[in-house]
Write a protein that binds this ligand. Sequence first.
Ligand code: NAD
Ligand code: 6OD
Length: 489
Amino acid sequence: MIRNFINGEYREGRTGRTFDDTNPVDGSLIDNVSEAAREDVDDAVRAAREALSGPWGSLKLAQRCDLLYAVAAEIDRRAEDFIAAEIADTGKPRSLASHLDIPRGAANFRVFADVVRNVPTESFASHAPDGKPALNYASRRPKGVVAVVCPWNLPLLLMTWKVGPALACGNTVVVKPSEETPATAALLGEVMNAVGIPKGVYNVVHGFGPDSAGEFLTTHPGIDAITFTGETRTGAAIIRASAAGIKPVSMELGGKNAAVVFDDADLDVTIAGLARSVFENTGQVCLGTERVYVQRSVFDAVVQKLADAAARLKPGHANDPDANFGPLISAEHQKKVLDYYALAKTDGAKVITGGGIPELSSSMKGGSWIEPTIWTGLAHGSRVASEEIFGPCCVVIPFDTEKEALHMANDTPYGLAASVYTRDIDRAHRFAGALKVGVVWVNTWFLRDLRTAFGGSGASGIGREGGVHSLEFYTELSNICIKLNGEAQ
Ligand code: NAD
Ligand code: 6OD
């Protein structure tokens, strides 16, 4: 059974209930998960608060960072266990988990330990009205107990992207992993104990959203901040809940990201970037591309080459070395994506490739499989071209002028990410700077430097994390002003 991790111990939830953790490759049961009750969330928050004012709070910065480097090293040492847990929960290919999810899980601790050690303190020298000098300097302290609520698409990566900086800044955390992917958050508890992270610093409560662990945690009066990654609608519900206690929130939400391909682009580079951004992780990446705008003279070539890339995707079991394409996370999500596939046809789309469920071997029949899909012939502004689907699919739409492409790319309530493909350096800068999103890639996609700002605008979120921006969220800042009243001796 996968249990809650509270105050350094694995515990069954006091609901007495369990829910199934299933493998989306074939729908088989992986394990039962013990659902936390409100009292378990109370215990986790209390443990986190006690650790804050106790052993964790009394560590020197260098000691805290050394422990986080040890966490990273232990994730690396146990990489096989983490990969096995992640691929069972998500069905993603082993190659993806072993190159992206699990190494990033370790890097998120290493990088943020480095960041907190290297950020200088802001200071200003000034004068009081009587002419005596004054020194202002900023002092940072941890926010306190941080609630971390996570999605299922990159479970360890996105959870540690919050837990790493939160702990580096001296906070303690209570994590609510997605009900679809509880395993790696639970396993991280073993790592924390193994390297000597004090009890109560890292806690995990399992369950669902409304009237379950997610709601109990985000409405808990004992938390000091909420960091959330997930759907825009859920983010709105959590923001509403946070208002009662005036809790700071960091919101990384949905997107309907555009890629824009100009006719001078290197088409090999373009197709490599586009194929990853549309199909990687079966399209279940918040930064993924679902709208592709292509300059008319290269439209047919891009559509054909992208369809060729889709044809090279081979669905299969995560451990099959020939497979490079996994299932969707659940039957429920498969239904949502298939409904959009049906809507595209109703709206008159030309289905270039895909559009349904692939032919499956008998061992994959109970899984949540879907075909990679490309449509043309849909209007910019149609529902399929406007709403986040979160599947391996895209609408390809032609454009003639840069102005037209910019208008369509920005014409969305979302503002998370975009990519631009061009060899014209002037245009790259001009166009990238005019895109109303938090993250722009030029001639690539999902190339991350964790010191940079990450986040979205509009319906894609509130705030930025990464590098010093994470420090802004995970610390409380005081300005200290010292007046120097004495005379020189
Ligand atoms: P989700 O919003 O359904 O669930 C996310 C988490 O919130 C889960 O742990 C869930 O149990 C919990 N939750 C649900 N309702 C809640 C409530 N009322 N109160 C408290 N907790 C609640 O999202 P998902 O389906 O797990 O993930 C997919 C979505 O996440 C997509 O929209 C995707 O774009 C987005 N996402 C965004 C980013 C980003 O960085 N911007 C990254 C990954 C995923
Ligand atoms: O790379 C990251 O730090 C990050 N937050 C990625 C988000 C991916 C969304 O699915």
